[in-house]
Design a protein around this ligand. Sequence first.
Ligand code: NAD
Length: 327
Amino acid sequence: MKTALICGVGGFIGGHLAKRLKREGYWVRGVDLKNHEYVPSPVDEFVVGDLREQSVVRSVLDKRFDEVYQLAADMGGAGYIFSGEHDADVMHNSATINLNVLEQAKLVRIGRIFYSSSACMYPAYNQEDPDNPKCSEDSAYPAAPDSEYGWEKLFSERLYLSYHRNHGVQVRIARFHNIFGPEGSWTGGREKAPAALCRKVAEAREGGEIEIWGDGKQTRSFLYIDECLEGVRRLVNSDFMGPVNIGSEEMVTINQLAEMVMSIAAKKLSIKHVAGPLGVRGRNSDNRLIFEKLDWKPSKKLLDGLRMTYKWIDQQVALSRTGWATK
Ligand code: NAD
């Protein structure tokens, strides 16, 4: 039986990955600061611990795992990472986790380690035109991410590659582009655009109004969680180290995203544009490299994933009105 350690198993992607690895027959240990907020975890061992502590890292990575998935990070949507208020925490906490995990991974000689980087590491100067952003893997340098979150991801990518170069650690690095789906943050300040819009639409009365940060003409692409995990599993099973984009190429404006959610909810609402943290003007995944190396591209439309996400968040909103939702 193959063994895996998931760091950040109490989070959105870690929670879904745990289900997938269990379905595939793995023995799984997971670690996180907290239990999963929305669903019971299917892992064989769930450790609540802080990966900023090297003693915790030593105790959870105490033997050779076939695969380690390092997803733990201090992160959130634009409201969290672009406000500037969390910069020191984001850099210190996430970098410390990666430094600790890699040092221990080297000592116990793990099979391979997956690291989740982000499209936020791409240079801001290539993402000023909403209709024509450039995010090919080879466009990363000269580096100019627009957030400290992006700088930490870039630093950690280099850290993983250094451990490969100097210590032979088998690393796999993906740059995720806006992953979304059920069972992720939908309120509380760390939620990202798809979840936030689903919540706003679910909470609004017919004929009411929702707020969008900025003019809503900024572009992004969004990848449904199941598709993301297919890309991750293919990367880990391959000989290709990355870094490689895992995202969708179906680019939409935030206004279009809001319209899609409203059509799913069958609600007619007006949009009020307000000031808020925004990030780059345009971003889209470039999937040429992953298609070439792993023969992978997303199989579903954005609308399909949004339907499933809206349904779950609508339920959470209804539950929260009765006082039953976890958050
Ligand atoms: P998430 O916030 O839901 O999950 C991260 C988990 O890490 C949380 O459960 C958190 O408690 C845990 N964690 C944080 N600090 C910890 C610590 N010191 N010790 C132990 N656990 C700790 O985020 P997610 O959306 O599941 O993202 C997973 C990874 O993918 C992150 O590294 C994130 O930066 C990256 N990523 C995600 C997206 C996305 O759209 N969701 C996009 C790009 C990159």
